[in-house]
Design a protein around this ligand. Sequence first.
Ligand code: SAM
Length: 186
Amino acid sequence: MGVGGPGGLYGKVYILRLGHRPQRDKRITSHVALVARAFGANGFILEGVCDEAVERTIDRISRCWGGKLYYRCGVDGVRFIEEWRRGGGQVIHLTMYGVPLREVLGEVKSSPSPKLVVVGAEKVDPIYYRVSDYNVSIGTQPHSEVAALAILLDRLLDGAWERMEFPDARLRIIPSPRGKHVIGDC
Ligand code: SAM
């Protein structure tokens, strides 16, 4: 479903996750990927390493709940960004030190270029502040890559998550005021 409508950015947003530490970050990195999928991004790229646990989570959720999230891992982050930009894409690095989202959102949305959204883990190498087109903050308080990404995708895609459907889903929730109502099998 073309949630963004003609000319919208839906279908053009990918996430680059930096600094994943397989021993410590499996859960939060998986959550970044799940937010990417549920809030309308199209792909999730893990910098530096591969982690089967993260990949398994993406596969399992996509198999049961539908949708397809492009996945790649073990990439060189800086090189990936440079290639993305050479190919005409834009890079938005989420960091609490950046400029407030509201100051750049209009400009970012007015460009039809595919977007690469970069999120960090514990420490982000200063080079990412230089190679990105935008360093953007979601408030100036430290919080979480999961929260920052959810808010960015909501604003960038005009709340696409509310209208998204995953046609190949094996499981569907029937919203209910109380209790759990799920149809299908997976
Ligand atoms: N101290 C790290 C650094 O060097 O930037 C940040 C660590 S934070 C736990 C992990 C990631 O969450 C960051 O790299 C950033 O992508 C995201 N993040 C946290 N707070 C944010 C905020 N206020 N605005 C935008 N992104 C934020």
